[in-house]
Design a protein around this ligand. Structure first.
Ligand code: CP
Ligand code: NVA
Length: 305
């Protein structure tokens, strides 16, 4: 049984295939082929322990466009909220649905779901990974730079979070240069180690730096919130640590005119990014949000085929 938990478990050619399929599905959608019923009547369960706008709606739209019916739920609506085990819940969901996408606090919950599932489990965000987001990010950078490989991107801010980690992973698969710009306390050499095989294979380069000047000459400057869901207790400490890493006009000037601005959203305007940047001419964030829908269709098509 194939799942999508981190993208680390995918080979470079599979990631490339997913992106080519996403681009094809998007082209067809924009040409008026909104309905591509590859899996008529199948059910997709969407399970959310935390809030979501884009992931919830893009997965629902993607499922509907493929002829499937999404069913959205959360722990307190299920007996899981009263102690039914993850294992038993997954055994039951596997009898109803063709796939399940889950947004969880702990990444281990997804691993446990996958162990007890006979249908594909898709990570809709965990504390450590956000692979669906990374696919949409890669599609957006491909569209904007004209390149699928050899893209240069600087992620500025909370370089330890799920979105930064997934960006580094997809960059390793696609032969990118990913500069993770943030305070030393948040660097993870373990991540670089885990990616070493892919780096050798694709020629990608991933590195941490605390210098904003490393944003120079990139295709994209990416940021995300400083306080991710589930990390609220560290809010004060994180604001103090990350305030030198706000993406503002000065950072975009360092990056250069050809750099697009990326953000997975939701944005905390005035904190990790200023209004003039997110609303400015270099911003690609709405395309990025749209691309969540087309990449989600590709993921369903790939896992359910
Ligand atoms: N980018 C993203 O995953 O957004 P949501 O939290 O709104 O799903
Ligand atoms: N890093 C953020 C991403 C939200 C889509 C979080 O986990 O809250």
């Amino acid at each position: 049984m194939r799942h999508l938990l981190t993208l680390m478990e995918y080979k470079p050619h599979e990631v490339e295939y997913l992106l080519r399929m996403s681009r094809d599905l998007k082209t067809r959608y924009l040409a008026g082929e909104v309905y591509t019923p590859l899996f008529p009547g199948r059910i997709v369960v969407l399970y959310f322990e935390k809030p979501s706008t884009r992931t919830r709606l893009s997965l629902s739209a993607a499922a509907a466009q493929l002829g499937m019916q999404p069913m959205t739920t959360s722990p307190n609506e299920l007996q899981m909220g009263r102690g039914e085990t993850v294992a038993d819940t997954m055994r039951v969901i596997s009898r109803y649905a063709a796939a399940v996408a889950a947004r969880v606090y702990k990444h281990e919950t997804l691993e446990e779901m996958a162990r007890h599932s006979s249908i594909p489990v898709i990570n809709a965000l965990s504390d450590r990974h956000h692979p669906l987001q990374a696919l949409a990010d890669a599609l957006t950078l491909w569209e904007r730079s004209g390149r699928l490989h050899s893209v240069k991107v600087a992620f500025v801010g909370d370089v330890a979070n799920n979105v930064a980690t997934s960006l580094a992973i997809i960059g390793a698969k696609l032969g990118w240069e990913v500069r993770l710009v943030g305070p030393k306390q948040l660097w993870s050499m373990k991540l670089i180690d885990e990616l070493s095989e892919d780096l050798a294979k694709t020629g990608a380069r991933i590195y941490f730096t605390d210098s904003i000047n490393e944003a120079a000459g990139v295709d994209g400057v990416y940021t995300d919130v400083w306080i991710s869901m589930g990390f609220e207790r560290e809010a004060e400490e994180r604001r103090r640590l990350l305030s030198p890493y706000q993406v503002n006009s000065r950072v975009m000037e360092i990056a250069g005119k050809k750099a697009v601005f990326l953000h997975c959203l939701p944005a905390h305007r005035g904190e990790e990014v200023t209004d003039d940047v997110i609303d400015g001419p270099q911003s690609a964030v709405w395309d990025q949000a749209e691309n969540r829908m087309h990449t989600a269709k590709a993921v369903f098509a790939y896992l359910l085929r």
